[in-house]
Design a protein around this ligand. Structure first.
Ligand code: KG4
Ligand code: ZN
Length: 311
């Protein structure tokens, strides 16, 4: 059960630059982390001494930002004489669909993780037993949303903007490629879609009047590939549960398509609720709680790793 999960959003700090500026990110983490921890404890009505273990993300991510969380969690664990757990950010996303008050039980599934930096299909057999089925060869799905949004002069982050405009657009107005949809593996590629948008924009006399249709057609292409490949992966692994996590899983059309196609294919579906789909502390704490139950704590000398792989 989540007692409190707070976020100090930096979106407004980075918005003027159209993307994340690493130094601004880490300096802001350094300023806000202590007060954020205090207000989270207050919300949960807990004292620091009542916390059983301290966890932080070890990667993948920006080194300078990872170091702030890592150092803070280690310091708190040392001072309180409690275990420290170093958590993979992607494992946080991977397990987040199981974080619900009713069960909290992790069961075998095919998991799609779609975020700003990652797109991967994982066969989850058990906690700590993950098999990578495939990943993107170039851009992540969220990155494609953000880059295409930038081309359409929409504010950062572009994913939610495209989602919003698409609701008023026709998804079949423009024909965008479904890259690798029929490839015989579980790899993805989204950079061709970006190029296709670039050339489509050159051809239309007044793209600003076509934003809804462009957004909807682009979004449909991404959704089509993600849903089709995930369902094929479920058949391939003979799993009957699909999970979807990461920021892009907030996308309303992706959610709708997964619900419809899983129903048709007789598959169960768990999608992280939006507040657990985009980056959050609860998913890292949940992964840490699973590991703590298995006594898989980390050493205080464990390093961060900006390229930490999930498997
Ligand atoms: O998981 P996340 O919060 O951070 C990373 O680990 O990257 O994912 C952020 C990504 C961004 O690319 C953002 O544009 C995308 O998730 N996103 C969406 C939506 N909400 C967030 N993409 C499409 N539709 C949305 N509604
Ligand atoms: Zn993330």
């Amino acid at each position: 059960r989540i007692l409190a999960s707070q976020i100090a959003s930096q979106i407004s700090l980075h918005q003027p630059y159209g993307g994340i500026v690493p130094e601004i990110a880490s300096r802001s983490h350094n300023l806000v982390l202590r007060p954020l921890i205090n207000s989270t404890l207050e919300e949960a009505s807990l004292a620091l001494s009542q916390i059983d273990a301290f966890a932080a993300t070890a990667g993948p991510g920006l080194a300078s930002s990872l170091l702030i969380g890592n150092t803070t969690a280690k310091a708190l664990a040392l001072v309180q004489d409690k275990p420290f757990l170093s958590i993979n950010h992607l494992e946080g996303h991977l397990l987040s669909p199981f974080l619900d008050a009713k069960t909290n039980t992790i069961t075998p599934c095919v998991a799609l993780i779609v975020s700003g930096g990652h797109t991967l299909l994982v066969h989850l057999r058990n906690i700590n037993d993950y098999h990578l089925l495939g990943r993107t060869r170039d851009d992540a799905a969220g990155e494609a949303f953000d880059k295409v949004a930038k081309m359409l002069n929409l504010p950062y982050p572009g994913g939610p903007e495209i989602d919003r405009l698409s609701k008023k657009g026709d998804p079949s107005a423009y024909e965008f490629p479904r890259s690798m949809i029929n490839s015989r593996d579980f790899a993805f590629s989204f950079s061709g879609l970006k190029t296709a948008m670039f050339y489509t924009l050159k051809k239309i006399p007044n793209p600003q009047h076509e934003l809804n249709n462009l957004a909807a057609s682009f979004q449909e292409a991404v959704v089509d590939v993600l849903v089709s490949k995930t369902i094929t992966a479920a058949h391939y692994t003979k799993e009957f549960l699909i999970t979807v996590s990461g920021g892009v899983s907030c996308n309303s059309r992706l959610r709708e398509a997964f619900v419809a196609r899983c129903h048709e294919a007789n598959l169960d579906l768990k999608i992280s609720p939006p507040h657990l789909a985009t980056d959050n502390a609860a998913m890292i704490a949940f992964a840490a709680a699973q590991k703590l139950a298995l006594n898989l704590t980390s050493s205080f000398t464990e390093d961060i790793n900006p390229n930490l792989p999930l498997v």
